[in-house]
Design a protein around this ligand. Sequence first.
Ligand SMILES: [Zn+2]
Length: 237
Amino acid sequence: MGVVKTKGIILAQNNMGDYDKMCTLLTPDLGKIGCSAKGARKPKSTLMAGTQFLCFGDFLIYKGAGTYHINSCEPIEIFYNLRLDLDKLTYASKIAKIVNDVTDENQNTYRVLQLTLNTIYMISESSKDLEFIFSIFKIRLLSIIGFRPVIENCLRCKTKENLRYFSFIDNGLKCESCGKIDKGALKISDTTIKALRYIIYSDPKKIFSFELSEENKKELQIISKIYLNQCLDKEYI
Ligand SMILES: [Zn+2]
């Protein structure tokens, strides 16, 4: 395979030996790959900046016997604001953890990478409510990776009228009468339903371009949390 040029974001990094690092890099075409970065912790290393947690950049990587090595990297965006604000860093770290968990090597992860970058950019550069950004990220991510909820009609009787509940048993909306007999379903407002549709169908660059009341944000937060944990069979907080 030789040397490959790719863009990517560092999802995780661990120290190895005295001066080296092992990095987890999410790329658009190779999927998520583990790469060693030799000497990256030496004070004058040219790999130091680009192999930091959550740095997005251009990487030249070499595939040896089953392992990738970072030959060089050029940071494009280091999301400096994350390093100044513990809350922002906490949310960005949650995003990186989830993305790390749902991606693998040899996948086309272009859309997941695009969502990750847009989300981390919003966390770093905007003053938008962090929990709200996180809710939007989760719903969109699940839709990309194969867990898009049914949001056009009641998933039991198919009506498009009186949609009132989000069902976690059947993954999507239910009408007033079908929702009432689904014990685990959550009653939600029309505005939250519209928000779900917007998050799932809007242009990737515009998914964060809307606002909600505190009450609707709370509904979205509850849905996204339960739905994520159920789809991925995890206990993310
Ligand atoms: Zn129904």
